[in-house]
Design a protein around this ligand. Structure first.
Ligand code: PLP
Length: 392
């Protein structure tokens, strides 16, 4: 039976990681994989996380099962973080990471409306389409980027005019992956109006809260949608914001038309958890709850997150400036304006290969760079190498 299985196409990022690990050259620069790195190139355990883990270790008496939805304290703390307040219209369950949350909210969509089309911007994080298609949902592309590295809102809205009532629109709350180009407040308002007018349901992917403009600012668009629409879906991740990548912390949330619907949807989400993996992981979720519910730990976490944000933004400005100097060109303002860890460099595949082969600089084949992979020491090297490959 299993012999008939075809191998899936290799994931380009995993393939890149393997190539990098096998590269014997000193001074390799990894701008590929999407994890935060500090100036020493490490993905650190955040201070508040280490403190919360110590407390949990000292106090925890049991590892017995929790409910299918996860720890109610975690659900409440995450709803506050995302929406700013609790609501009797909310149904939520804990999931293994943001990917698990996307899977569960899209499974809910497939159950509620198997004919729903899932509208995804081009480009987007590749797993959005993969998860939707894996559930048998039809994926429709919509325009997203303009030529200057910003969002082409008019083209996006024009494409979404083709959506049917009950379709789902996937939106990045902030720090768009892979481009760093985020919707403005006016863009969110326009998307909300369109969803209301055409009966579309937004699915907001919150994977980088606190990495862009700030903890509140990064979910302002989500909160605008939640304030005006009857139904909003959310897939949130604790991987980046709490540095809990391997602990798999996520939340699948559905804002429903009313409390009765929320009760039924909550039960449906819990049943989906049951069917897919039964009980969600608890350790990372407990760390998050401990931090969010303790004023001292929370202040410490917020301060560390602000430091991460400042570092990423400083790297952006420094790279943009170094590229202006190295290429003697303009056109890098968007790089500085964009937010979060990622930007897309407009480089043809042969230039990306040349960066890897001749300069040991690794980036994803679509030209996405992880800004957090840069350090003050490597920025001039990277800028000079990019200028060199651009000259051919
Ligand atoms: C846009 C986006 N959404 C969701 C995720 C899911 O993250 P995780 O499953 O690790 O929590 C990621 C991770 O890279 C992401 O970039």
């Amino acid at each position: 039976m299993l012999g008939a299985l075809a191998a899936p196409a290799p994931d380009p990022i995993i393939a890149l990681m393997q190539r990098l690990a096998a590269d014997p050259r000193d001074g390799r620069i990894d701008l590929g994989v999407g994890v935060y790195r500090d100036a020493a190139g490490r993905t650190p355990v955040m201070g508040a996380v280490a403190a919360a883990e110590a407390r949990i270790l000292a106090a925890q008496q049991t590892k017995g099962y929790l409910g299918l939805a996860g720890d109610p304290g975690f659900l409440a703390a995450m709803v506050d973080l995302l929406l700013g307040a609790s609501s009797d219209r909310v149904a939520a369950v804990a999931t293994p990471g943001g990917s698990g949350a996307l899977r569960q909210v899209l499974a809910l969509v497939a159950q509620a409306n198997p004919d729903a089309q899932v509208w995804i911007g081009v480009p987007s994080w590749p797993n959005h389409a993969a998860i939707a298609e894996g559930l048998g949902l039809a994926v429709r592309p919509h325009a997203y980027l303009d030529a200057g590295g910003g969002v082409d809102t008019a083209a996006m809205l024009a494409d979404l005019e083709g959506a049917r009532a009950g379709d789902v629109v996937v939106l990045h709350a902030s720090c768009h992956n892979p481009s760093g180009a985020d919707l403005t407040g006016d863009d969110w308002a326009a998307v909300a109006d369109l969803c209301a007018r055409r009966g579309l349901v937004p699915l907001v992917d919150v994977a980088y809260q606190g990495f862009g403009a700030g903890l509140e600012e990064d979910v302002a668009g989500l909160r605008h949608l939640a304030g005006g629409l009857p139904e909003v879906l959310v897939a949130a991740s604790g991987s980046k914001s709490f540095g809990l990548y391997r602990e798999r912390v996520g939340l699948a949330l559905a804002l429903c038309a009313g409390p009765a619907e929320a009760g039924r949807v909550g039960a449906a989400l819990a049943a989906l958890n049951r069917r897919n993996f039964a009980f969600p992981p608890d350790h990372g979720a407990r760390v998050v709850t401990t931090i969010l519910r303790d004023p001292v730990l929370c202040a410490d976490w917020r301060a560390e997150l602000a430091g991460i944000r400042r570092r990423v933004q400083a790297n952006r400005s420094a790279l943009a400036q170094a590229l202006r100097v190295a290429t003697q060109g303009a056109g890098f303002d968007a790089l500085e304006r964009q937010r979060g860890m990622f930007s897309l460099l407009d480089l043809a595949p042969d230039r990306i290969e040349a960066l890897r082969e001749r300069h040991a600089i690794y980036l994803v084949p679509d030209g996405r760079i992880n800004i957090a992979g840069l350090t003050p020491a490597t920025i001039p090297t990277v800028a000079t190498a990019i200028a060199t490959v651009l000259r051919g």
